[in-house]
Design a protein around this ligand. Structure first.
Ligand SMILES: *[C@@H]1O[C@H](CO)[C@@H](O)[C@H](O)[C@H]1NC(C)=O
Ligand SMILES: *[C@@H]1O[C@H](CO)[C@@H](O)[C@H](O)[C@H]1NC(C)=O
Ligand SMILES: *[C@@H]1O[C@H](CO)[C@@H](O)[C@H](O)[C@H]1NC(C)=O
Length: 394
């Protein structure tokens, strides 16, 4: 019926899109090696490749340690909050690096070390210290790890990949630092615990200032290329669409079905973050601080799901416990009676809050090749080599 004819109409456009993406990916790969020797990552579940998993007590396996997490690419759960790869994995692939191991996995006996990258991101982590939230009566059900904790881990492990301060500066100069996404949980936990948005809005300057201090700290240690992602359009996530279900009709964006005031809140955080990035760019002109516009890179998927092949709908989770958005906070993906869709690549939303590999791949492509990074990431390799006066050796 209508569905099959629209599939036929879409197929050529989709095929051209995929071909273009493939071509772009191969051309990045060809020039890979010379870009970055490693990726150092800080953040939360958007980038966690297995840290929270290693912090969880083993007596009750956490839901994300069970299938169908990881089913589509790794064919087993890895601690990633998706069915497959995350944005950071697509970054690593496009720079010709191995996937970035989680810090808490340790440097293993097979000789796999952190010299080509290390990931400190922990799902549930906040930018601000856990004491900030404790004082305000906000619980973090997942972890007390903050951005400050992750920076301490980083400084602890530094001696394993460099031997003195000039050696460490050289190591960091040739690394790409991914600073986030971080900050989303500073608001998420409070929002689902019933704290009013006006009070949460008052956290934003402190969150942005914490991210900014972390950036300055790694620059001080020698980093010169940083990617700083903003927050996602949280008003489009199944968690919030369910939690605030039955809001006034005028709260919803008619074109997407997302909740406007939540998206406005993400935009507010992103505005303050970009303003702060402009300020610190002036203080550190030798460094390249790239703003990654996760908001708009994701928003186009919600605006035109069909164009990108998301025929399961943009707002409904692939894996969850039922209801209009297939999300129920007491039925987590991984444990019955939650069920999972047959084909996650038809969905933007994986488990309510996190996205599918298909969505993350499009977002990564939009950052690496498209208009969603400022300055554009595909011009940065050249910048890195001219600012140092050298081409980085592979
Ligand atoms: C975080 O939690 C761990 C384990 O429960 C505890 O050992 C540690 O002291 C806590 N850290 C902070 C900063 O609260
Ligand atoms: C720092 O370490 C590097 C690499 O091990 C070495 O080549 C260099 O001589 C050291 N520099 C100083 C000042 O110790
Ligand atoms: C969520 O799941 C629980 C447990 O299965 C169920 O009792 C409850 O009714 C569900 N909530 C909604 C809104 O469907």
């Amino acid at each position: 019926m209508a569905a099959s004819s629209s599939i036929q109409l879409l197929t050529p456009a989709l095929a051209i899109f995929i071909l273009t993406l493939l071509k772009l990916c191969t051309s990045t790969r060809a020039s890979a090696g010379i870009c970055y020797k490693s990726i150092i990552s800080f953040g939360d579940s958007i980038a966690d490749t297995g840290n929270l998993l290693r912090l969880c007590p083993s007596n009750h396996p956490p839901h994300f340690s069970l299938p169908p997490y990881g089913e589509s690419f790794f064919h087993r759960p890895t601690g990633r909050f998706s069915n497959g790869r995350l944005v950071i994995d697509f970054f690593a692939e496009s720079f010709g690096l191995p996937l970035i191991p989680p810090y808490l996995a340790g440097e293993d006996a097979r000789g796999r070390d952190f010299r080509q990258g290390v990931n400190f991101a922990v799902a549930g982590a906040t930018a601000l210290d856990s004491s900030f939230f404790r004082e305000r009566g906000v619980r973090n059900p997942l972890t007390n790890v903050s951005l400050g904790t992750q920076l301490r881990w980083f400084k602890d492990v530094m001696p394993s990949f460099c031997s003195n301060s000039s050696d460490c500066r050289e190591f960091l100069r040739t690394s790409l630092v991914l600073m986030g996404e971080i900050g989303g949980n500073d608001y998420n936990h409070a929002l689902v615990q019933g704290i009013k948005i006006d009070q949460i809005k008052s956290f934003v300057p402190a969150v942005v200032s914490e991210i900014s201090s972390a950036i300055e700290e790694v620059i001080k240690l020698g980093a010169v290329t940083l990617i700083v992602p903003g927050n996602f359009p949280i008003g489009c996530s199944a968690v919030y669409l369910t939690y605030f279900q039955g809001s006034n009709q005028q709260d919803y964006d008619k074109a997407t079905g997302c909740i406007n005031w939540l998206n406005d809140f993400s935009k507010y955080h992103n505005r303050l973050l970009q303003k702060e990035l402009n300020r610190i760019r002036k203080l550190h002109p030798h460094a390249t601080i790239i703003y990654a516009d996760y908001y708009n890179a994701a928003m186009r998927l919600y605006r035109s799901p069909n164009k990108y092949g998301f025929r399961g709908g943009a707002l409904k989770a692939c894996c969850g416990g039922g209801g209009p958005y297939n999300y129920n906070s007491s039925v987590e993906c991984g444990y019955p009676p939650a069920t999972s869709c047959d084909d996650p690549s038809l969905y933007v939303c994986w488990d309510g809050l996190h996205l599918t590999e298909a969505a993350y791949q499009l977002i990564a492509g939009g950052l690496l090749q498209g208009p969603f990074s400022t300055p554009p990431m595909n011009t940065i390799c050249a910048l890195a080599s001219t600012s140092s006066g050298l081409l980085l050796q592979d």
